[in-house]
Design a protein around this ligand. Sequence first.
Ligand code: AOF
Ligand code: ZN
Length: 349
Amino acid sequence: MSRALTLAERGWGRVHPNPLVGAVLVRDGVVVGEGWHAEYGDRHAETIALAAAGDSARGATLYVTLEPCNHHGKQPPCVDAILAAGVARVVVSLADPNPVARGGVARLRAAGVPVEVGLLGDLARRLNARFLHRFAGRARPFIAVKLAVTLDGKIADAAGRSQWISGPEARDFVHHLRAGFAGIGIGGRTLVADDARLTVRGRLTPREAPIRIVFDRSGMVPATQGIFDGAPDVPVWLVTGTATPATHTAGISARGAQVLVEDSLPVALDLLGARDLDSLLIEGGGRLAGALLAEGLVDRVYQIQSPVWLGAGRDAWSGLGVHDIRDAIRWHTVERRALGDDTLLVLER
Ligand code: AOF
Ligand code: ZN
């Protein structure tokens, strides 16, 4: 199953909003077929693994990271293929939350195939957090915050300069990460300080370029800002407050960006969800990150810890409203990874 999860990750950036799925067929302790879902709407992991195994699938155990589908969608039901191939046993990591496609486990069992569900379930849930969020009944998108932070908790110097805190490996990782989100968000002050473009410029080209979303309640981002150069080819949305003059938003619209006027951050996020944005990666600044965390709107944190001290500068998470250790916000570290000299921490509630 661990191997199947690793294979599933290869679909990152290419299969969303569908799930990342990997499958491994094992017979007599030998891997006889592997597969993963590689392109949205294309063949499912299970049928690719079955095709790779051929006749060896008969009597084999199928390890698959998601419950096999039981419906005709863009692809035929995987359960039919599994039964036709004579697979002896199926091990599933995660039950399918999709009401249209699920039911594969029950069908396999009804056909006499033993099925186990839940092996490495935490890892499978984490892998498909964006997919699961779609079926969890929330109006807002799945929200992750990514920050590159110094040892003294800063994300920029006092003038707002942040290039660069982290090293090249961490910056490559961020481009890979961006490819798996429907939107990339940033606060206005950080956008201006960094002249950020929020485009995906790594080895992995996402199937759909993430929408770039600027949170600028006070309307301080000028219409001349570089991020608007590529709009609307790679869409830019500006979320601003009611106090922003209409002449200013008109100037931004004229640059090809879409403007959303909403003072409340949670409501603005619900509006993004209503526009079918299912996931959002926030890349700063510290005030936007802090406001989201304080409001309970963050589902995951990617914090890149760099071996750097900045002294005076901008805090990574500001305005949390915590003044007493007894009120500290405590999350769990679900992954740690070395990225050159930096360390990636993945945190969840
Ligand atoms: C995938 N890839 O490997 C598996 C999926 O429209 P379809 O036919 O591609 O079906 C999509 C649904 O099928 C998806 O939401 C999930 O519930 C189920 N399994 N989907 O895209 C796969 N195994
Ligand atoms: Zn399927």
